[in-house]
Ligand binder design. Structure first.
Ligand SMILES: [Zn+2]
Ligand SMILES: [Zn+2]
Length: 160
């Protein structure tokens, strides 16, 4: 997750990425994710533009059944290493790192990109049946029997 400015050729090159990021999502979402893929580096005068899409994979708990599952999601990356501090900033959505030379550690910028890319809804699979609202059983493991209970008419007409 490092970009060596002194060794990056002028023009276009590929930057392979493979590492782990801690997104600090606590128990709610992925904590540590592995990101991998290749980014494209445009080494221009005064700046290095790094963009592409990485694949992230981590453990998350399902919003419906609370079970742990492997969450995979794409992480779009667009960041600029400004080597000339006088240079104009780019648009606000782009992550900017200021560094003139040497090795740039991209971990923090990639972490920010990954946090933004975490899916809002995390479902272990499209047809996850979730938990029974009455007894809390995991319905993916089979019917809990609650649905077989007859509807109780005493609840009818009660205010919500
Ligand atoms: Zn689920
Ligand atoms: Zn039940």
């Amino acid at each position: 997750m490092k970009l060596d400015l002194d060794r990056t050729p002028v023009g276009q090159s590929d930057l392979p990425i493979d590492g782990r990021l801690n997104l600090d999502f606590g128990t709610e979402g992925p904590g540590e994710v592995r990101v991998s893929g290749a980014l494209r580096v445009d080494n221009l005068e005064g700046r290095c533009v790094v963009r592409g899409e990485l694949a992230a994979i981590g453990r998350a708990s399902c919003d419906r059944c609370l079970g742990e599952f492997e969450l995979a999601f794409p992480v779009p990356v667009e960041l600029v290493v400004l080597r000339d501090c006088e240079a104009e900033d780019t648009d606000a959505d782009t992550l900017v790192v200021h560094q003139r030379s040497g090795v740039v550690d991209l971990a923090e910028a990639l972490r920010e990109a990954a946090i933004l890319a975490v899916p809002q809804s995390r479902i272990c699979r499209d047809d996850c049946r979730g938990l029974c609202a009455r007894c809390g059983a995991d319905l993916n493991a089979g019917d809990c029997g609650c649905e077989a209970e007859p509807f109780d008419p005493r609840w009818e007409g009660l205010p919500d």
